[in-house]
Design a protein around this ligand. Sequence first.
Ligand code: ATP
Ligand code: MG
Length: 392
Amino acid sequence: MKMGLSWNGILAAYGELALKSKTVRRRFVRKLISNIETGLSNIGVKARVAHRWSRILVETEDVEPALKVLKRVFGLVYVSPYCFVKLDRLEEFIAENSVRLVEGAESFAVRVRRTGRHDFTSIDLERRLGAIVKGKTGLRVSLDNPDRTVFVEVHDDECYVYTEKFEAPGGLPLGTAGKVVALVSTGIDSPVASWLMMRRGCSVTVLHAWISGMDTDPCARKFIDLVEVLKSWHVGVDMPVYVYRHGDALKAIREAASNYTCILCKRLMVRVAEKLAERIGAKAIVTGENLAQVASQTLENLYAIDAATEIPVLRPLIGFDKDETVELAKKLGTYEISVRIDPGCSARDVCWGKPPKPVTKAKLEKVLMLEETIQAERLVEKALDTLEELRG
Ligand code: ATP
Ligand code: MG
């Protein structure tokens, strides 16, 4: 951020919301504002948040910490720290701050956005302010490809001046599209899948299957760290985290199911997720599964997994190439954690239950038969007995 300018707050733009009907938009904007207020108040930042001229205006003295939060608010597309100035002082302000506004640039442009009644047009004002900056700095004006753009929003007699647009994630405000239970492992994919659902407005409840126990699982730290990153995106709404013990069931499955182990294992996870969804009022389950990324991710296998539950299993990564998932994981901050090699925990989180040749075309009758032999329903009951919410 430019040094030397004293910011009065942050101006935030929303994207897709603008396309909604008036009533829907009103509801979404209300949720967006409440998410921002809660997110800021959670880190002790005092701010006044308002909806003005299709922008979200966040007045605060703590711009730096507020900016960190706002960059992670779903529904916003960019966020800009601004200086506030009254219209009758605008030219004076630009003259005093020209050097700071274009510091480090060789060319610049002034862009004005205006609402209200004025006796000048936006272009008039751009020319006038541009001339002032040029006079003070001697820099070249470049309308097509400026190194720096000085944005000026004029609303009646209020002006907001800013030079940077920091990217925010877009999508829809968290909580406007209902709740999902996300099955999150310590791998690369499921954190990204959860994030994509958040971006579409779903609030997420995380469910993790401890293959061993939390106290004995060398990957526990990894999971906790991934959850922290997901929470940092889950701004304004609680993100509950549940775990249950999956190890005993996996042992029983493995003994009976050999190459069907992964299918029965996933079906168990999905059933626990379904029960949790019922309890908390979630309407879908989310996984990081892809199609054909590994040999076992076939339509037949996904079909057999889905047959274990009545509610939808959403797989937002289904159409992604692996490198797209990796790129997104890096951007949202989970990649480094997912590939980290903690003592006793392999980077590729190879599961001890995995058979040498997992089935690639699971048959549902065979699945059901195997589940009868191991009394899968009882395993689900036992797993549910260990279900607990992780707090803190
Ligand atoms: P990931 O990178 O998310 O681990 P993956 O490509 O390695 O996915 P699998 O390990 O077969 O594929 O897991 C498929 C999905 O099953 C995961 O994306 C996740 O949603 C769920 N899953 C796997 N293991 C667990 C676990 N221990 N706890 C909760 N969910 C899990
Ligand atoms: Mg995995």
